[in-house]
Design a protein around this ligand. Structure first.
Ligand code: ATP
Length: 480
């Protein structure tokens, strides 16, 4: 299947099966904003749980917080976001569409020069040089030289390149303007002292947070990849300044191992050192994943040095120096910042398979890691009569508090299995006539489609063994 069809198939599967809906769907949708449906939110919560536990349970020196989205507007002065959080913009005068010129160039090069690595490298080098020097004129010339057309109007009628700020401003009658936070990190920095004191933390230590962020992105039609409202899973690790390089390498390594544990496939990952650093960073690496539209950033690892704490010291007039290890200093910070929606997209994409069965039929199956599946097991009666639904319902009720289960009797058994395959349920249990005699049910595995009989009293243990998170966290803890 062509890549663009795969992506369309993925988006439609996500909608049909209740994972992702366009926001404001009945009003025609809202650009670059999406809602999570019943199975989507379960999968998202399971990803969050795994990340949260791998940060705050596996590392005894990392604790979590949940800071507010609305914060004092001075925070954004201090952090530099009001002055520096800008993106480049170019308009096409005919289509009236806006683009990021750097992305326009990168996508063009990816599409047209993938078989000419030398040329590709030269153009990307020039792009990176111009971005570093803020040489917008050269970027504009590059777009002309490459003859890049607007994908909609097919014309080269471009405006000048200019900057725009990516924060959403909230007009407020009685207060100074407020902003929707563009990163969760500032909530962590502002709580540095609160957390350190209340939890008696000593350097090095980390603060983790999962929360919404908002950026006024130029729409890229890449589904969950680039949204205007999205979620980040960030961890800021406070260290001695002279240990910057050591911890930066440490977290790069740990985070890559975490991703490989999640997906297992090395060839889908790349580390890319930043050529164009954010205003707060001294080192930066992107962990890139091979999305349907090519390798793109899924997580950023940065050294933010003492940039943020120093700025907050200046703006808030509060001391950010610590006295530890017989030294008085402002800690440096290593940040790991993962986009929850991006990893959701990556997991969904890598798990969604079309399989040809022996009888020639096609089955669509979402081969999610079992511990992430929205539903851990499904319970069906073989037929809707002769007391089978009552037995199946009883099993469901007995175990529903311990495991996320589903009871279904709406279709024939074959269709019920296919539906569970499509939403990624790892095991199904079917109550049949033999159940009445032997207290056993048919257990069917999603991946192999193999079936066997198991006793009802073992169902909970089997679900726990097949889908439990703990087992995987334990495996991960040996790796990191
Ligand atoms: P990009 O270069 O793709 O715009 P970025 O370098 O601006 O990303 P960071 O500021 O490092 O991203 O944010 C950390 C993480 O947050 C990213 O690695 C990504 O996973 C996620 N993220 C950032 N912007 C978005 C967005 N608009 N939609 C979804 N996730 C995002």
């Amino acid at each position: 299947m062509k890549k663009c069809y795969i992506f369309d198939f993925l988006i439609s599967h996500a909608k049909i099966y209740g994972f992702i809906f366009p926001s404001s769907d009945i009003y025609g949708g809202l650009n670059a904003v999406y809602d999570y449906g019943p199975y989507g939110i379960e999968l998202k919560n399971n990803i969050k749980k795994f990340w949260w536990k791998s940060m705050t349970f596996l590392h005894e020196n990392i604790v979590g917080i949940d800071s507010s989205i609305l914060m004092h507007s001075n925070i954004w002065n201090a952090s530099g976001h009001i002055d520096e959080f800008n993106e480049l913009l170019i308009d096409n005068k005919d289509s009236k569409k806006r683009y990021r010129p750097d992305i326009l160039i990168k996508e063009y090069v990816e599409k047209n020069f993938s078989k000419n690595p030398k040329k590709k490298e030269d153009i990307l080098f020039r792009l990176s040089k111009s971005l570093k020097k803020k040489d917008f004129l050269d970027l504009r010339i590059l777009i002309d030289e490459l003859n890049i057309c607007d994908p909609i109007s097919k014309t080269k009628n471009w405006t000048k390149i200019r900057y725009f700020n990516m924060m959403f401003k909230i007009k407020n009658e009685n207060e100074k303007d407020l902003y929707l936070r563009p990163e969760t990190a500032q909530g962590i920095f502002c709580n540095f002292h609160n957390v350190k004191k209340s939890n008696r933390m000593k350097i090095p230590f980390g603060i983790a947070q999962i929360g919404k962020s908002f950026r006024n992105e130029i729409f890229s039609k890449k589904f969950l990849f680039r949204m205007r409202e999205f979620e980040q899973m960030e961890m800021q690790f406070f260290i001695l300044p002279e240990e910057e390089k050591k911890w930066y390498e440490y977290w790069k390594n740990i985070r890559l191992k975490w991703h490989l544990f999640f997906f297992g496939d090395k060839k889908n990952y790349k580390l890319r050192n930043h050529d164009h650093l954010a205003h707060y960073a001294s080192y930066g690496t992107d962990i890139e994943y091979k999305f349907p539209f090519g390798f793109q950033e899924i997580e950023g690892i940065h050294s933010r040095r003492d940039f943020d704490l120093k700025k907050h010291e200046f703006f808030s007039k509060k001391k950010f120096k610590v006295y530890e290890s017989k030294k008085n200093y402002i800690p440096y910070v290593i940040e790991t910042s993962l986009g929850l929606d991006r990893i959701f997209l990556a997991i969904f994409f890598s798990s969604l398979k079309k399989e040809k069965l022996e009888n020639g039929n096609i089955r669509i199956v979402l081969k999610l890691p079992h511990y992430l599946s929205p539903i851990k097991a499904a319970i069906f009666p073989l037929v809707k009569k002769d007391g089978l639904p009552e037995i199946a319902k009883k099993i469901f009720n007995n175990f529903k508090i311990k495991h996320k289960l589903i009871y279904d009797q709406k279709e024939s058994i074959g269709k019920l299995y296919r539906r569970q395959d499509a939403i990624g349920t790892p095991i199904c249990f079917t109550v049949d006539y033999e159940t009445k005699e032997t207290n056993t049910v048919t257990m069917r595995y999603r991946d192999s489609m193999k079936q066997k009989r198991v006793h009802i009293k073992n169902i909970s243990k089997i679900i726990q063994k097949e889908t439990g998170l703990e087992k995987n966290l334990k495996k991960l803890s040996h790796l990191i």
